[in-house]
Design a binder for this molecule. Sequence first.
Ligand SMILES: [Zn+2]
Length: 233
Amino acid sequence: MAKYINGNKTNRDLIAVCEEAWEQRLAGKIPVVNGVTFENATKLGRCQQHVREAVEATAYGREWAWPEASCCATATHQKLAKSGYQIIKDLTSAQSGDLVYMTPCGSRCGTCGQDAGHTGILHRLRDESWMMWQNTSAGGAGLCVREISSSEVKRIVGIYRLFPLAANTMTTPGGERPINWHGHYLHPEDVIFHDGAHYVAVRAAAKAEGSMVKVDPKTGKVFVGPASWWDGK
Ligand SMILES: [Zn+2]
């Protein structure tokens, strides 16, 4: 089973943080998302800092909590390669929200002495082109969202998935996919996977939690609650 930094958050949640930070930057603000301040949004060469802050805003709601975050993109990539998080083979297997690492970048990390490398968060558009949410010194951009160039693709050294693609999923070694719903397992037939999200039959979800579903025949409203609610009614 894949290891996740936070199984209740998904790659979509990470993308939502990235989009929120980008929108605030476009509006001329220093982005603040989930209690994390992206204070160097207008400065350059902050790729590692901003990816760390996006991951931490998503997973923890505070800074300096992500154990694999290191001095630069290269050192973080080296930690992630040994961390147990899912390693994605190449861009064709990647999904929006995966972290991408590249080297060289041409400048040396003052802490570890290696080429600092580059990092960003992948975001695939509807036309299938790959964008990268990142902080780059290229063009004096700072925090930005840009298409990945062909030269950047050649410099990719690692792609990692820190969050599941959808919530409440578990894959067993046998290949079945029982669905974990707030700690209860649902029959896969009661769950529909569509467009990256799970849709759960309300009766199945209620039953798993020991609740019942009742429909008010007058109004058509659906009520979900503990079985005791319905006793004597
Ligand atoms: Zn370093």
